[in-house]
Write a protein that binds this ligand. Structure first.
Ligand code: ADP
Ligand code: MG
Length: 705
């Protein structure tokens, strides 16, 4: 590094109190009172002001001759002040009229009740006016924004922003647009030279980024809309780069840790595969390939297995668990609900019927818990399946080698960490059936490696989805009766549990009662969240064994239930469900060779709800649905910001800026590969430690531990 550069970098890291960081009240033109108001906009330092981006721009570069202005339009005119007149009008109002002439014509700029403005105007001044054109006896520009163009006059001195493209900032009470522009301009003049580049030059060249100082100027007072876009891109990139750098550093740290290196030779492979009654799909094979490589490496695995409902993740997880067991270790599988844990348990028992592998179930108060706990601690149990009960304090593994977490978004980071702590750096496999849009998975699970199962097991016709109107209820019932007579089973889902006076919605109970009346020859049962787990389990069992034909439930069946004979899903008040939820529900059917159907009863009141349902009936592809969901609702609402580790992005927009996110991520990861300590990039390191992202890189995102 050239010496001069090295010195400059050192200086930044050491000197915290550049003009950038001093309290905003000391910026000329601010003062304590205004500083307080600006605080409401989240502005506390000149640096904050520099990164406070306009929400829009006003293009004043088109100056209209006064003779050409059109009544009712908004225009920018430029001319000389001919006269300034202040009059009193009826009702104690004042009218300020400033006559401006541009040699093609004369226009009166008018302001009501702002007599103090009169002092600002002098005859002969060059002025730029922007506002709506009106007329009252003569041509007027009403309550216009104005800037003085002649050097050294007015308040403030003439600025390049008088014409051209001017920023429009978010405002708060007591802070006007003109004022913000002035202080932004002042901050730019006084502080921009202190802004330090943090993006390494090679990436700047690679991504053709505008230099930081220029970008900050251009984003406030752009020379053109094109250059504003480039400036914005640069700032977005910087924000995403810093964020991804935190992610990359964290991931690197986890990878430095020493975990187990399992050996998964052909012998193990053949043995495990023999337990599966079908051939794995190509996507399953790829995922298993990824997992094998991870498990065989001494680095702890930290992998996300993503795949639509029914795509066959469980088998992949089972492969991994058995590989660990074959190496003399224990495995754990944690599910978000008891029903799901029990189902996993049963599934594993079925696959393992011919194997000498001991599986035990750990849920809240399951019988035999004490014996199971002892057996687990002694290493007599190979695979522990359970809910978060697995992370309670009395659970001890002898030698936990692999922790699988299903439906991971249901868990807090802490619970996952808890499971990991039950072993010494066990490998971790996180499964999620919620397709996550790319931008979010790079953000939320940015430090996990990802395998995607994007292929369904063969021989399953895709589910057909119909949006049924109330008028055709009769027809719908006949359709159900047909399927039921053929021996198929039906899910009916309601959005709420009990009758509610406020939301005139029929609950599962009430719905079950009505359906039972309608289908006397079949057994209809409700299932809802207020039931004890024993009750729920009994009903699920009856449904699996086909003793119940129609299961009417609330969203408790949302996750993971696997009953291939159930081929109909009826969703009541479908407009009340989010897209992701609808998709999960539909995933309950279409699990066998029969054609499955999803019927939606919905009367959407809002346009958004209507769009949601349209998207949902149009496609079965979880990733498309997830992208649409993200667009409709935004990332914050989709995942809830804080607890899920979504960063507080100020400039970037995860939906719009995905391509930049991908670039920034690539670059950040490359940088960490070159220099994981950032020794060669002290400015960058300083920025990261100084920002909230510093915390992010310490506490981590979705990753475990
Ligand atoms: P997920 O956990 O991804 O929702 P599951 O692992 O529960 O999916 O698999 C769904 C169903 O598909 C199960 O009944 C399973 O036995 C079956 N299955 C999984 N993989 C295959 C395959 N390769 N070929 C045929 N059936 C499969
Ligand atoms: Mg599964």
């Amino acid at each position: 590094m050239p010496l001069r550069l090295a010195i400059r970098l050192r200086r930044t890291v050491e000197s915290r109190d550049t003009p950038l960081q001093k309290p905003l009240q000391y910026l000329k033109g601010v003062g304590p009172k205004r500083a307080e108001l600006l605080g409401r906009l989240g502005l506390f330092t000149p640096q904050g002001l520099l990164y406070f981006l306009p929400r829009d721009y006003q293009d004043r570069s088109q100056i209209t001759s006064i003779k050409d202005v059109k009544f009712g339009s908004t225009a920018t005119v430029k001319g000389t002040v001919l006269d300034v007149g202040l009059k009193a009008t009826r009702g104690r109002r004042t009218l300020l009229e400033v006559l401006v002439d541009d040699r093609t014509g004369t226009i009166a700029a008018t302001w009501f009740n702002q007599p103090f403005l009169a002092e600002k105007f002098r005859k002969g001044q060059e002025v730029l006016l922007h506002g709506k054109i009106g007329s009252y006896k003569y041509l007027q520009i009403v309550n216009p924004e104005f800037e003085f163009l002649d050097e050294g006059r007015g308040d403030p001195p003439a600025r390049p922003y008088a014409s051209g493209i001017v920023p429009i900032y978010p405002l708060t009470e007591g802070i006007g647009q003109g004022y913000l522009r002035r202080i932004a301009m002042r901050a730019l003049e006084e502080c921009v030279p202190y802004l330090e580049e943090v993006i390494p030059p090679s990436f700047q060249r690679l991504r053709r980024l505008m230099p930081l100082q220029e970008a900050v100027k251009e984003v406030h007072f752009p020379a053109s809309m094109e250059s504003m876009r480039r400036a914005r891109k640069r700032l977005v990139y910087e924000e995403l780069f810093l964020f991804q750098l935190a992610v990359a550093l964290r991931r690197d740290r986890v990878r430095q840790e020493k975990g187990y290196a399992f050996s998964i030779g052909p012998n193990v492979d053949v043995h495990v595969r023999r337990l599966f009654p079908f051939r794995l799909t190509g996507a399953q094979e790829r995922a298993i390939g990824d997992i094998r490589r991870d498990m065989e490496s001494p680095r702890p695995m930290n992998r996300l297995l993503q795949g639509d409902v029914g795509s066959g993740k469980t088998v992949v997880a089972l492969y991994a668990m058995l590989a660990a067991v074959a190496n003399g270790f224990q495995s754990a599988l944690m599910a978000p609900t008891e029903i799901l844990a029990e189902q996993h348990y049963r599934t594993l028992e079925r696959y393992l019927a011919r194997a000498k592998v001991k599986v035990a179930l750990f849920v809240g108060g399951s019988p035999g818990r004490k014996e199971n706990l002892e057996a687990l601690a002694k290493g007599e149990i190979d695979i522990a399946v359970g809910t978060h009960a697995l992370v309670s304090r009395d659970v001890h593994f002898k030698k936990l080698g692999l922790a699988v977490v299903d439906e991971q978004h249901k868990f807090g980071v802490l619970q996952r960490a808890g499971l990991r702590l039950k072993g010494q750096r066990p490998d971790v496999l996180v499964m999620t059936a919620t397709p996550i849009p790319r931008s979010l998975s790079l953000t939320l699970f940015g430090d996990l490696d990802v395998s995607i199962i994007d292929e369904m097991p063969p021989g399953r016709p895709p589910v057909k989805t119909l949006w049924v109107s109330r008028k055709r209820l009769q027809e719908a019932h006949e359709f159900l009766r047909c399927r039921l007579r053929e021996g198929r089973q039906v899910f009916v889902v309601y959005p709420i549990i009990e009758e509610s006076e406020r939301l005139d919605l029929r609950s599962a109970k009430e719905g079950a009662r009505l359906l039972q009346k309608y289908f006397p020859e079949f057994r209809v049962e409700p299932l809802h969240g207020r039931m004890s787990s024993a009750e729920k389990e009994r009903i699920m069992c009856d449904f699996r064994e086909r003793r119940i034909h129609i299961l009417v439930s609330t969203v408790v069946i949302e996750v993971g239930i696997d009953v291939p004979n159930a081929t109909i899903m009826v969703i009541e008040h479908a407009e009340r469900f989010g897209l992701a939820q609808l998709h999960q529900l539909r995933g309950r059917i279409g699990r066998g060779a029969e054609q499955s159907n999803c019927l939606l009863f919905a009367e959407p009141a809002s346009l958004e709800a209507k769009k949601r349902l349209e998207v949902f009936t149009r496609t079965n592809d979880g990733f498309i649905i997830a992208e649409e969901d993200l667009k409709l609702r935004g990332p914050g609402e989709l995942f809830g910001t804080r607890q899920h580790g979504l960063p507080d992005l100020k400039v970037a927009d995860l939906v719009r800026d995905l391509p930049l996110l991908v670039q920034a991520r690539e670059d950040a990861f490359r940088l960490v590969e070159i220099d994981a300590t950032l020794k060669k990039f002290p400015t960058l390191k300083g920025r990261l430690q100084g920002s909230s992202l510093g915390g992010l890189s310490r506490q981590g995102l979705a990753s475990v531990g």
